[in-house]
Design a protein around this ligand. Structure first.
Ligand code: PMP
Length: 535
């Protein structure tokens, strides 16, 4: 049997809440000299309405609930934290979650030193009530978080199961309905005293930027939370914009209908794309998509300026894709089909995936307009940018490597992928100059000779005083070039003299770039630059 008093932390039960200046005065203030405000200011010189009267009455009418059942937070995130702080004794109590689910329940519990019981979901992403039942008697369990539609799986949780859990549990069941307007059936009208519903202005109402979440619970529960909540947590601008939005609910309904119809179209289009294995049915404004190699698709989309969410840590090889505008969705589909990028020039590509690194490298020997480099090692990125800039090449390199071990695998495998991309771009190697070298001077003198003759070789004459430049180990510089020669099938002869290790390495990379530029240049003849007849 749910007993609210028993659930409240003892210090909160006895808490005398902060009384704000405006709480003490119910009438209409003509001369407000009670809150130490600046009488001039810029139009927002007064504290916000702590009671949020307009906002509460508008939202109450919008959802058809009583205003005393509502509490507002700086996003739902604040209310999740508020619930944990009000009901869970740090170091003693616990919450229960059903992963994979929204991450803030766990984060807020961790911040508050509150334990977490995890119960897995069934294969259909539902809750197994019988399996859960024994945990419901644990006296340290105070809050159960259920997300429906669930993030990231997109499905709703059966209503009967939620009712059963609430009825068999003495604590509070928090039902997060953040995505409810995109297809679920809200449980806001259920009169279950320990069911507490979370909604937000960030999704269907389109106001993620104002940070406004709503808690809907029994009025007694709301009264306790109000003791803990900071008095002015919702600022004036947020309250105004929310009230405005609640006056335009017809427009909101149209937007939601359009997102739902885009979701279904997007799902259909995604299903025709190679490598996509499954699209989970969704009642939310996102799709969970199972794909052959989620990490590589993720980085390749990033390269094209499109970000989605990789959820593979929770469900293997899955991406969570938010439903965007029709144009955004079309761009996503085009990027996945590679329709949007028909390169001009000699291009080569390498996708390299091992348990240590995932690398995507492509090079365009004739078009320097498109370069993007991100290996996670800033100095190494700087060096690869030298290759693109001084080689007049288009170069895209995205490396996702095990940097938590050290940079070795990432640098080595990037070099291998880069070499393969050059090998690919050079094709039969007909009609190229083949050789290149340069002697650039800085405080150092670097000499890089190259021969794209089809055989790997590295001659190396360089020493460094420092062990690292930035995050990059100096011993990895020769290793980078050795790996490159292996897959690009070229000879490299590199020498450097000088003082400053940063300059020495940079001048090698610049000289390397200029040598490449010379060697890959097309000659007019178009013949193979070898008497062997093959390179
Ligand atoms: N609940 C769920 C299930 C969410 O996915 C999110 C945000 N993605 C939130 C709550 C956070 O909402 P708010 O922006 O109101 O903090």
């Amino acid at each position: 049997m749910f007993d609210l008093e028993k659930n409240i932390r003892p210090n909160i039960r006895n808490l005398k809440p902060y009384q704000s200046a405006r709480d003490e005065f119910a009438g209409l203030a003509e001369v407000a000299l009670d809150a130490n405000e600046n009488p001039f200011g810029f139009g927002l010189n007064r504290y916000p309405d702590a009671g949020m009267k307009k906002l509460k009455s508008k939202f109450a009418a919008f959802r058809g609930v009583k205003a005393d059942r509502l509490i507002f937070g700086n996003g739902s995130d604040e209310i999740i934290d508020l619930l944990i702080r009000t009901f869970c004794e740090p170091g003693n109590d616990q919450i229960l979650i059903f992963p994979p689910t929204f991450g803030m329940y766990r984060v807020c519990a961790n911040i508050n030193n509150v334990g977490i019981i995890e119960k897995s979901q069934t294969a259909e992403f539902q809750i197994d009530f019988e399996q859960l039942r024994p945990s419901l008697d644990d006296p340290s369990l105070k809050l159960i978080f259920i997300c429906s539609p669930n993030n990231p799986t997109g499905n709703t949780i059966e209503k009967e199961t939620i009712v059963n859990i609430a009825k068999s549990f003495d604590g509070i069941v928090v039902l997060d309905e953040a995505y409810i307007d995109f297809g679920g059936a809200s449980m806001i009208d259920e009169s279950i005293p320990n069911l507490f519903i979370l909604q937000t202005f960030s999704k269907a109402l389109g106001l993620a930027g104002i940070r406004l979440g709503v808690g809907i619970g029994a009025s007694e529960v709301i009264a306790v939370l109000n003791k803990v909540k900071p008095p002015y947590n919702i600022n004036t601008l947020t309250q105004q914009r929310a009230v405005e939005a609640l006056s335009k609910t017809e427009e909101t309904k149209r937007q939601v209908a359009s997102i739902v119809s885009e979701r279904d179209k997007l799902s259909q289009k995604l299903s025709s794309i190679n490598g996509i294995r499954n699209i989970y049915p969704s009642k939310a404004n996102f799709l969970l998509v199972e794909i052959e190699n989620a990490a590589l698709t993720y980085t390749s989309l990033c390269e094209k300026g499109i970000i989605v969410r990789d959820r593979s840590k929770e469900i293997e090889n899955t991406l969570r894709i938010t439903v965007g505008s029709p144009d955004e969705n079309a761009r996503l589909i085009a990027a996945l089909r590679e329709e949007d990028h028909v390169p001009v020039g000699r291009v080569g590509k390498c996708v390299r995936s091992t348990s240590e690194t995932q690398i995507l490298a492509d090079v365009n020997l004739d078009d320097p307009s498109n370069t993007f480099i991100n290996t996670g090692i800033p100095f190494f990125d700087h060096m690869l940018e030298q290759i693109a800039r001084h080689g007049s090449l288009g170069l895209n390199v995205i490396s996702n490597g095990d940097l938590y071990i050290d940079p070795h695998h990432t640098i080595e495998d990037t070099a291998l992928a880069l070499g393969s991309a050059f090998n690919d771009a050079l094709g039969e190697r007909k009609g190229i100059e083949r050789y290149g070298f340069l002697l650039p001077m800085d405080d150092s003198l670097a000499q890089v000779g190259i021969d794209f003759g089809g055989r790997p070789w590295l001659e190396w004459e360089a020493t460094f005083r420092a062990t690292h430049v930035g995050e990059m180990p100096t011993e990895m510089v020769s290793h980078f070039f050795k790996s490159f020669t292996d897959t690009a099938r070229c000879n490299l002869n590199i020498k450097v003299e000088g003082d400053n290790d940063h300059h020495k390495i940079e001048s090698i990379f610049k000289a390397f770039a200029r040598a490449i530029k010379m060697a890959v240049r097309k000659d007019e003849s178009g013949i193979l630059p070898s008497t062997k007849g093959k390179l």
